[in-house]
Design a protein around this ligand. Structure first.
Ligand code: GLU
Ligand code: ZN
Length: 284
């Protein structure tokens, strides 16, 4: 099977930037004969009712999907299985660091800024014993490379940092990078279209996929929507959700297609997609 997907987090209503990404993911999948799957990424930031609202808005702008959607909260066994495989391969270690400790640690040589400094990578058993009694452990990947190249339909070859990512948070919840990699592979998704804020995550996700012997997917990281001030569009910017815009008489689907120089979905041509962010000024 080949498939594309949209994977919203049910933290609230989708805004036009999210809806535009969803339409793009749908267009990329459908125009290449792929199935289109929907996955609710509800491992954190869930707002009651948000999921229903998101599905309603996706349907309202003409997006359909194949089969029932899946929810990450139903898939714990798959994530545990992946962690077990990595553990058996010696690629997992416990990390006891707080956010602050990571931030304040001197960054290790050859590590990109912001990368995990490796504090807990090589502790002795005795040291682990002590640290374990202080704070519950997260599980990190013992990465064996420092960077990885992926190929993106819009960005070409992209080289990015790979560090010891968190696989399971210290509250026991699977981390985003683990869940997304396992789900994409297990759902047969071979085309990942999403916002370009996640471009820098693609190399580490591709690396994790390779460790789990998953095939590398095709990526297309698409431009985000910005507000008039050049900041990432948010719900604070005014009328930006489907409901808000529709209540002002706006055809949201047409608005989004127009932002990409299209009048109908038949006009879709990946080579002619805008490469710049979409500046969206909400109607008064
Ligand atoms: N759930 C993520 C989000 O809403 C998207 C993850 C992905 O597309 O890989 O930002
Ligand atoms: Zn640590």
């Amino acid at each position: 099977m080949t498939a594309g997907r949209f994977a919203p987090s049910p933290s609230g209503d989708l805004h036009v930037g999210n809806l535009r990404t969803a339409i793009l993911a749908w267009l990329f999948a459908r125009s290449t004969g792929r199935d289109f799957l929907l996955r609710i990424e509800d491992l954190d930031r869930v707002r009651p009712g948000a999921q229903e609202g998101q599905l309603r808005d996706l349907r309202a702008i003409g997006i359909d999907w194949d089969g029932p959607f899946v929810r990450q909260s139903d898939r714990a066994a798959l994530y545990a299985d992946a962690v077990a495989q990595l553990t058996a391969a010696g690629l997992v270690y416990e990390c006891y660091c707080s956010r602050r400790e990571i931030h304040e640690a001197p960054s290790a040589p050859h590590h990109p800024p912001g990368a995990y400094p490796g504090t807990c990578r090589d502790l002795t058993d005795a040291q682990r014993e002590v640290r374990r009694s202080e704070r519950p452990a997260a599980l990190r990947l013992r990465a064996t490379i420092g960077s990885q190249t992926v190929t993106d339909l819009l960005h070409g070859r992209v080289d990015g940092a790979v560090d010891d990512i968190v696989l399971v948070r210290n509250d026991g919840v699977p981390a985003y990078n683990l869940a997304v990699v396992v789900d994409d592979a297990e759902q047969g998704i071979d085309q990942i279209v999403r916002g370009d804020d996640l471009l820098s995550s693609a190399p580490r996700q591709a690396y994790l996929a390779s460790l789990l012997r998953y095939a590398e997917p095709t990526y297309a990281h698409v431009p985000l929507a910005l507000n008039a001030g050049g900041k990432r569009l948010s719900k604070r910017d005014g009328a930006v959700t489907f409901r808000e815009l529709a209540s002002k008489g706006i055809d949201v689907r047409a608005l989004i297609l127009e932002s990409m120089g299209m009048t109908s979905v038949e006009d879709f041509d990946p080579s002619r997609l805008p490469r710049e962010p979409w500046v969206f000024v909400p109607p008064a």
